[in-house]
Write a protein that binds this ligand. Structure first.
Ligand SMILES: Cc1ncc(COP(=O)(O)O)c(C=O)c1O
Length: 489
């Protein structure tokens, strides 16, 4: 497990429930509360906990109470102490590597009356609008004869598309020239290229918790050491301590999604961004901002992060606004870095497909229309989902997403994996919150994409009601790793 930042007694105290409302002894209540903060990912694994004395002062209890609570957490495997180094948040051995909940227990118990199609809530990615995409395909086909006269290999990307992306960024408030743009096969490919170029094995890479699961996989795949800082679910990075984690651990790179974050839909305020950029500058941390969902806000956007700091690397793609099947994304960085990324890319997939890039360049002429249709569609879907959850699953807590394609539901008990497994039997496919965290945390959350239409979303919630009653009796720290879908967008 990688080392994470230290958390202060005050930061823990701010996240604790009122311990006097618990019926069991105070030490057990404190241990339980800390355990659930670890399971939720609000205390990332590897985080150094405060000394017993500091925590006792912060939560206003005796030192003996904290000592006994820490002993209890150690016994259960949620705390590991190293002589001279301190105590660190952990998970019990084995809980992160295989499902603790026996999968077979839940399979094959269909709920009577459910014979309609499977409702897939595993991906926060929309289907395409055929009319607009067809128009772009026709436009690209007309240009094809001209393109065929060349070789078609261009690692940095089709010039017309680089111009279109640069113009769009400039219109959004980040003056950009085409030599600052590299075209990639989607935003995840863009991030993977950046990791390969800038991060070596053992370097620290910071990500928010929760975060986009594909990015977590890419960081792990790069051999880097993943460190995490919790999102503040009430809206930003401050209380989630992104800046303080950067200051303490000086990661080589920080991967952040401030604009309608996947999975929570949060828009991080400008002040939090300024704090993080200050911390990154003094720590020498490269900041990568993933703008995949930036155009999909239900509230006014915040000034683009790259407009505040020329060293910020921005990645984006057409997946969320247009269609994931297009596989067109980009990196915005300095011309020097773009040239190095293109050279690196030439040794893996050589270049992106020309025809898709031509279609994408055509699509940019209609992008405003895509954006407004997509936003309207997602807003109607989001509202239907929130209303259905409020009516049928009232003990689930959802802060309305400010944009993006998914809601992050907080369950009253850590039973997300059991819920996802059981949901299969009623034709609903779900991904547990733990897929967006590390080593089995975030079991108390479930991501609910709202890319299906209102009727399908209401039906999905209706199907989940009896399932939730069953699942909530099977709380566990299991992850879905053994049965996880290959693609989670
Ligand atoms: C935040 C974020 N970044 C990147 C991606 C991957 O996008 P692409 O299809 O452009 O690779 C996703 C898709 O789910 C995402 O949510």
């Amino acid at each position: 497990m990688s080392r994470n930042a230290r958390i202060s007694g005050r930061a823990i105290a701010l996240q604790l429930p009122d311990l006097s409302s618990f019926t069991h002894p105070r030490y057990a209540a404190l241990a339980d509360a800390i355990r659930s903060l670890v399971l939720d990912g609000r205390i990332p694994l590897g985080t150094q906990l405060p000394s017993e004395r500091e925590l006792a002062l912060s939560v206003q209890c005796s030192r003996a109470t904290v000592t006994t609570a820490y002993d209890r957490l150690r016994e259960l495997g949620y705390l590991v102490s190293r002589t001279g180094a301190g105590s660190f948040a952990a998970l019990p051995a084995g809980s992160g590597s295989a499902p603790v909940t026996p999968i077979g227990l839940y399979r094959g118990t269909p709920i009577p009356g459910v014979d309609s199609p499977i409702l897939d809530l595993t991906c926060a990615a929309p289907s395409g609008f055929p009319d607009l995409i067809n128009r772009a395909v026709q436009g690209a086909a007309a240009m094809l004869p001209h393109a065929l006269s060349g070789l078609g290999y261009d690692p940095i990307g089709l010039p017309a598309l680089r111009v279109a992306v640069a113009n769009r960024l400039t219109e959004r408030g980040v003056p950009t020239t085409p030599d600052q743009i590299l075209i990639t096969n989607g935003a995840l490919h863009a991030f993977d290229l950046i990791l390969r170029l800038l991060v070596g094995p053992g370097d620290r890479v910071l990500a928010e918790l929760p975060t986009y699961s594909g990015a977590l996989d890419a960081i792990r795949g790069s051999g880097a050491r993943l460190v995490t800082a919790s999102m503040d679910l009430d809206g930003g990075w401050r209380a989630g301590r992104v800046a303080s984690t950067i200051r303490q651990l000086a990661p080589q790179l920080a991967y952040l999604i401030p604009d309608f974050h996947n999975p929570t839909g949060i828009l991080v305020p400008a002040a939090d961004r300024a704090d993080v950029l200050r911390a990154a500058r003094s720590a020498g941390t490269v900041v990568v901002i993933d703008e995949s969902c930036v155009e999909l806000g239900f509230v006014p956007a915040v000034e683009p992060t790259a407009a505040r700091d020329a060293s910020v690397i921005t990645i984006g793609s057409l997946t969320k606004v247009v269609w994931g099947g297009l596989r067109v994304g980009w990196v915005r960085a300095s011309p020097e870095l773009i040239a190095r990324l293109a050279a690196r890319r030439a040794s893996s997939d050589i270049a992106g497909p020309v025809l898709d890039q031509m279609v994408a360049a055509e699509l940019f002429t209609d992008l405003d229309e895509f954006v407004s249709r997509r936003r309207a569609q997602l807003l109607a879907n989001r509202d239907a989902l929130l209303e259905a959850v409020a009516v049928h699953l009232p003990d689930w807590r959802i802060r309305p997403p400010q944009g993006g394609l998914s809601a992050w539901a907080e369950l009253p008990v850590p039973a997300a994996t059991a819920l996802a497994l059981l949901a299969d039997s009623v034709g609903v496919q779900l991904v547990s919150g733990s897929r967006f965290g590390v080593e089995g945390t975030l079991e108390r959350f479930i991501r609910l994409p709202y890319t299906l239409g209102p009727d399908d979303l209401r039906e999905a919630v209706r199907r989940l009601v009896p399932i939730w009653a069953q699942a909530s009796r099977h709380t566990s720290t299991a992850t879905l790793r053994a049965s996880a879908p290959l693609i989670v967008a």
